[in-house]
Design a binder for this molecule. Structure first.
Ligand SMILES: Nc1ncnc2c1ncn2[C@@H]1O[C@H](COP(=O)(O)OP(=O)(O)OP(=O)(O)O)[C@@H](O)[C@H]1O
Length: 646
């Protein structure tokens, strides 16, 4: 058989990940057992599921066994689950298929300290590789259910592994860890000790739905560890876990610590959740749901193939993870379990998508989660602030995806605003602070706070004391375009449409002011017409502005125009769009504009006029963070003008 042993190399990213694992980014090494037990449990679930459609695969007495060999210093985790073929082993154990791995590894390398690195890797979950935290060699024996040939895989976690066929293996997988020496300073426990194994299983894997048995050793072979004190004798294997589904127990009987451990088990998170939602529905369609809102976002929250965190069970039997029928995409960060009593074990994703009862369950779960977030906001503002920071961007996707929940989601929105440099505001707080006569919620979108705050569009609003929401997430560009109002108050971008603050109740909307304005419009009309022709390639209209106090000009859109950021986003996604021309607004009281006006009145054929018109347009574009169509030309015109000025 030795001749058929092959030595293969780990994929580059796997090698890097293994190095990180071996050189110990996790301070809590005990979790290796949770990971291996979780894999074994998944393998038993898969066999159970396959056996529903293929009766030849029926497993008798599905279970997980933990075996200690003190002489050889090994701990083996064995299951009689689905097992793996040789190709599975190469694909699943030798490579990491998760998207975003390379990026994550790069970030970990840049991480400032061990804690930052652990935080990053904690979001990723190292699964099987965590075995190398406690073992200097790992041997895996496996045989896929329904096949004859087995496979042996072995590695010391450095660059390579060996793989060979093996005869006579039972169906399932066993992972044997050749344990490193106990080292409490390095967080390495005594994983040969029965008490230690018992403790880890109780803590992390108690609710695993398959029995986890420990094959106890004869007392004579035990040395001086405290397993002796347990009074273990050789004999019947002991079942270590209670197998009780946490979600099926009444809320009052579950402790916070149990919720937290369950959450950490299913999410591979290393922190407690920010919120737990535990509910039971009785009546025509019975189910239990145990959902968690994590305290921090996984690294791949925005990657295309991020899975949803909700698993479906039917009467305690695992059916599927990533259950999209139960949780909308914008709540993909919610983790947990839904156990429905009245579904068939054979239920498919397609059936679920079209099942009216499941749709009703989903609606109820969404309501519960959004309700829990709202409660968190009122009762525990600090936690809410971190949850919003982590998931706000995703929740706002709901404003586009889920029209049934618009009102509930708008109540959750937290936004930076000109009201306070640090503290974000809710929409309700904004409305409460609105000036007399103001019925509109003003906002401005942009790439970052500084850019939005310094945008010329802000000037009149700041000068007149109107609060403006500062929206800097890309998704803000989209939802603000689609949601008309909050609590009867229209959303209005201050960079779009006509703004007439003079007509607001406390402004000087007198007849005198109106007459003055009309006169100004008339005076400037020839300049505006000339500018419109001169800049026709860039803008669709030139008009006088009421939103500027210190800048000479700014660019605005019509109410239904795409914003420049949205235009850029669509183009980046490969969509063909006709160029979106905007409106140039001039500040009639600015010295540059009045000078331009006078020069134009003196003679429209002055060659300096066209250059200055182009510079005014370019500056307005730069002021809002836009890209100049021809930066070299702009710089040349500017340099010429500056030279003339000296
Ligand atoms: N005991 C096992 N029986 C059958 N297949 C297994 C077993 N252990 C691991 N595998 C296979 O190897 C894959 C990789 O395992 P690994 O623990 O690295 O990641 P994972 O379990 O998919 O992810 P995570 O641990 O982050 O949830 C698993 O998805 C599974 O297909």
């Amino acid at each position: 058989m030795a001749s058929s042993t092959q030595t293969l190399e780990f994929q580059a990213e796997t090698r890097q990940l293994l190095q990180l694992v071996i050189h110990s980014i996790y301070s809590n090494k005990d979790i290796f057992l949770r990971e291996l037990i979780s894999n074994a449990s998944d393998a038993l679930d898969k066999l159970r599921l396959e056996s529903l459609t293929d009766s030849t695969l029926e497993a008798s007495d599905p279970h997980i066994v933990l075996e200690v060999d003190k002489g050889a210093r090994t701990l083996t985790v064995r299951d009689n689950g689905i097992g793996m073929t040789r190709d599975d082993v190469v694909d699943l154990i030798g490579t990491i298929a998760k998207s975003g791995t390379a990026g994550l590894l790069a970030k970990i390398k840049e991480a400032k300290d061990a804690e930052a690195a652990q935080h990053l890797i904690g979001q990723f979950g190292v699964g099987f590789y965590s075995a190398f935290m406690v073992a200097d060699k790992v041997t895996l024996h496996t045989r896929r259910a329904g096949t004859e040939e087995g496979t042996v895989w072995e590695s010391d976690g450095e660059g390579t592994y060996t793989i060979a066929p093996a005869d006579g293996l039972p169906v399932g997988t066993s992972v044997t860890l050749h344990l490193k020496a106990e080292d409490s300073e390095d967080g390495l426990g005594d994983y040969l000790a029965a008490w230690k194994i018992r403790q880890i299983v109780k803590q992390y894997s108690d609710f695993i739905r398959w029995p986890i048995r420990m094959a106890t050793e004869p007392v004579s072979t035990t040395t001086d560890d405290s397993a002796d004190a347990d009074g273990e004798a050789a004999g019947e294997p002991e079942t270590l876990n209670s197998m009780k589904a946490l979600w099926a127990r009444p809320r009052s009987e579950v402790t916070e610590a149990e919720y937290s451990e369950f959450y950490q088990q299913i999410s591979h998170d290393w922190q407690a959740p920010a919120e737990t939602v535990h509910m039971r529905a009785e009546g025509t369609f019975e189910y239990e749901a145990l959902l968690f809102i994590p305290a921090h976002a996984p690294f791949d929250l925005f990657s295309r193939d991020t899975k949803r965190g909700v698993q479906l069970y039917v009467k305690r039997v695992f059916i599927m993870d990533d259950c999209e029928a139960l949780m909308p995409n914008y709540l993909r960060f919610v983790k947990g379990v839904v156990d429905a009593h009245d579904l068939s074990l054979n239920v498919s994703r397609e059936i679920l998508q079209h099942d009216r009862q499941i749709t009703a369950v989903r609606r109820r779960l969404v309501k519960k989660v959004l309700g829990a977030l709202k409660d968190m906001r009122t009762k525990n503002g600090e936690t809410y602030a971190t949850v919003w920071e982590q998931f706000g961007r995703v929740l706002k996707e709901g404003l586009i995806e889920d029209r049934d929940s618009t009102d509930a989601l708008l109540e959750l929105v937290s936004s930076a605003s000109t009201n306070d440099a640090e503290k974000p505001t809710t929409l309700r707080e904004y409305v409460e602070r609105m000036k007399d006569g103001q019925d509109t919620i003003y906002y401005l979108t942009g790439e970052n706070r500084a850019m939005v705050e310094n945008s010329p569009h802000m000037e009149a609003f700041t000068a007149r004391g109107y609060e403006v929401l500062i929206l800097t997430d890309p998704v803000d560009e989209v939802w603000t375009d689609q949601i008309p109002a909050f609590d009867g108050h229209r959303f209005q971008s201050i960079a779009k449409g006509q703004v007439d603050l003079d007509n607001d109740a406390d402004a000087e909307g007198t007849d005198e002011a109106k007459a003055e304005k009309a006169q100004r419009e008339q005076d400037f009309a020839p300049l505006l017409t000339w500018l419109q022709t001169t800049l026709a390639e860039h803008v669709k209209q030139v008009r006088l502005s009421t939103r500027l106090t210190t800048s000479a000009a700014c660019l605005v859109g019509d109410a239904h125009d795409l914003t420049p950021t949205l235009e850029k986003m669509y183009r980046a996604m490969g969509q063909e769009l006709p160029p979106v021309k905007r409106i140039l607004e001039l500040n009639p009281t600015h010295p540059l504009v009045t000078a331009l006006h006078q020069t134009h009145q003196a003679g429209a054929d002055n060659p300096a006029l066209a250059d200055i018109a182009e510079l005014v347009h370019g500056s307005a574009l730069l002021a809002e963070g836009g890209d100049l169509p021809d930066p070299a030309r702009f710089t040349r015109l500017l340099t010429d003008r500056l030279t003339h000025a000296l």
